[in-house]
Design a protein around this ligand. Structure first.
Ligand code: NAD
Length: 487
């Protein structure tokens, strides 16, 4: 297990020797003492990235791509090890980290490895006699700040396009879950990434994160996290006029129409909210169900929720693990009281499980609460296995409820009516919409939100645009330019 900072191609201690404890959310035991980066360490990492920057950006795009493809292979070769590390650090069930998180991380590196030499410029048909070519140029050094909910996957989402486009990166993993990012850095070094191209500086947001935002040599901050911290980052980055890309919170609307395939919708809804203990920005945290099917739908959904197997995430039969930290568990359970004050009715869950074998961990039962659309628990992101339910009569009412929060990240709908599906998808205020499914992601499909969910996009060509600036070069071939000051 790597526990040191990764700077300039080497694993090193923090300058002042500081460390952070990372805990196993299943039982609260100490997993590792990880070096804690502070300002001096971030400055060293940025200096290493600056040093590597020119050469890396001038390397043939296919050679950058080849290294990313090798890293994808190395991650795939180590699925079991990396998945177990992620499970121990985050509490994600092993069946998810083996089956989804780590394969998706590899797939993202592979996608951007293939993208590196296919992302090309253009020639603009300007006036006669000129050739105007536009080349996407790397920005330089990118600061990337990520949260704790999908730590390995976010390394792929953020490093993949930034490196493919020719940038060097200083990433600050979450102080809560730094281990998989350090392991991926180790694999990157093994497959031959030059020193300084990738740097990992786990540390606290107020310190290491803030320094990355303030650093004059960092060209752009790509941030995934809460809307409140996102606002602070945008303000801080204004000081040095850095570009900012913000992937923030969500409050996903999941609309079930009266004509939906209920079996599919129940399964998709449960996956949408309970996968990863609901700790997903695109979680289906608001169920908006047509009154004609409400009773049957909820009966089936509650039965499914109550059958989900909670347990030690290292056990392959476990379907739901603990939340990632005790602090977060307490925040999630506090929403039960909040919902109660607003007149919410608990349909299932809401408690810390009574099973003695889970007592030391950060577990919360799958929870479903019926409440008003304007209740706090229906407006604020809970980020746990906690779903609110509303009912509607007309399509217009469903849309009004769905669009009635400040967020606009993911949303979904279930119907067999093709025309309704397109109309509602068009009118949902969200960056991503799923019809008759929920929470689909793919390295080629743009991922991001609007409103309080942020701006900019991960994945696909959009991510390559995030990490490049178009440079226009005008060549005068044989243009006839009359003198501007005829003499
Ligand atoms: P958070 O905002 O508290 O922290 C995110 C990261 O920012 C961490 O690495 C943290 O150390 C750092 N940070 C905190 N304060 C900082 C500061 N002042 N300056 C610089 N960095 C700072 O979020 P979290 O609790 O780690 O993660 C949960 C949040 O992330 C949720 O709101 C969730 O919706 C959001 N999220 C969004 C997406 C998306 O793609 N839209 C994906 C996953 C998670």
């Amino acid at each position: 297990m790597q526990t040191q900072l990764f700077i300039g191609g080497e694993f090193v201690d923090a300058a002042d020797g500081a460390t952070i404890q990372t805990l196993d959310p299943h039982d609260g035991s100490v997993l590792a003492e990880v070096a804690e980066a502070k300002q001096e360490d971030v400055d060293r990492a940025v200096a290493a990235a600056c040093k590597a920057s020119h050469r890396w950006s001038r390397l043939a795009a296919a050679d950058r791509g080849r290294l990313l493809l090798r890293l994808a292979d190395a991650i795939e070769d180590d699925v079991q090890g990396l998945a177990l590390l992620e499970t121990r650090d985050t509490g994600h069930p092993l069946r998810d980290t083996v089956g989804l998180d780590v394969p998706r991380t590899a797939a993202t590196f592979r996608y951007f490895g293939g993208m590196a030499d296919k992302f090309q410029g253009t020639v603009v048909p300007v006036e006669q006699g000129f050739l105007d070519y536009v080349v996407p140029e790397a920005l330089g050094v990118i600061g990337q700040i990520v949260p704790w909910n999908f730590p390995a996957m976010f390394v792929g989402w953020k490093l993949g396009p930034a490196l493919a486009a020719g940038n060097c990166v200083v990433m600050k993993p979450s102080e809560v879950t730094p281990l998989s990012a350090l392991r991926i850095a180790e694999l990157a070094a093994e497959v031959g990434f030059p020193p300084g191209v990738i740097n990992m500086v786990p540390g606290y947001g107020q310190n290491a994160g803030q320094r990355l935002v303030d650093h004059p040599d960092v060209a752009k901050i790509s941030f995934t996290g809460s809307s409140s911290v996102g606002k602070q980052i945008a303000k801080g980055a204004a000081e040095t006029l850095k570009q900012v890309h913000l992937e923030l919170g969500g409050k996903g609307a999941n609309i079930v129409f009266g004509d939906a395939d209920l079996a599919a919708a129940v399964g998709g809804t449960a996956f949408g909210i309970f996968h990863n203990q609901g700790q997903a920005c695109i979680a289906a945290s608001r169920l908006i169900v047509h009154e004609s099917v409400k009773d049957e739908f909820l009966e089936r959904l509650v039965a499914l929720a109550e059958s989900i197997r909670l347990g030690d995430p290292k056990d392959l039969s476990t379907e739901m693990g603990p939340l990632t930290s005790a602090l977060h568990r307490d925040r999630v359970t506090s929403f039960l009281e909040t919902a109660g004050k607003d007149g919410g009715v608990v349909l299932t869950g809401g408690r810390v499980p009574q099973d003695a074998s889970l007592a030391a961990g950060y577990y919360v039962e799958p929870t479903i609460v019926e409440t008003r659309p304007d209740a706090r628990a229906a407006q604020e992101e809970v980020f746990g296995p906690f779903m609110v339910v509303h009912t509607f009569k007309t399509d217009a009412e469903a849309l009004e409820i769905a669009n009635g929060t400040s967020y606009g990240l993911g949303g979904g709908l279930w119907t067999k009516d093709l025309s309704r599906a397109h109309k509602v998808a068009r009118d949902l205020r969200a960056g991503m919409v799923w019809v008759n499914s929920y929470k689909r992601v793919n390295p080629g499909s743009p991922f991001g939100g609007i409103g309080a969910s942020g701006y900019g996009r991960e994945m696909g060509f959009e991510a390559m645009r995030e990490y490049t600036v178009p440079k226009a070069t005008w060549i005068n071939i044989d243009a006839n330019i009359p003198p501007f000051y005829p003499r």
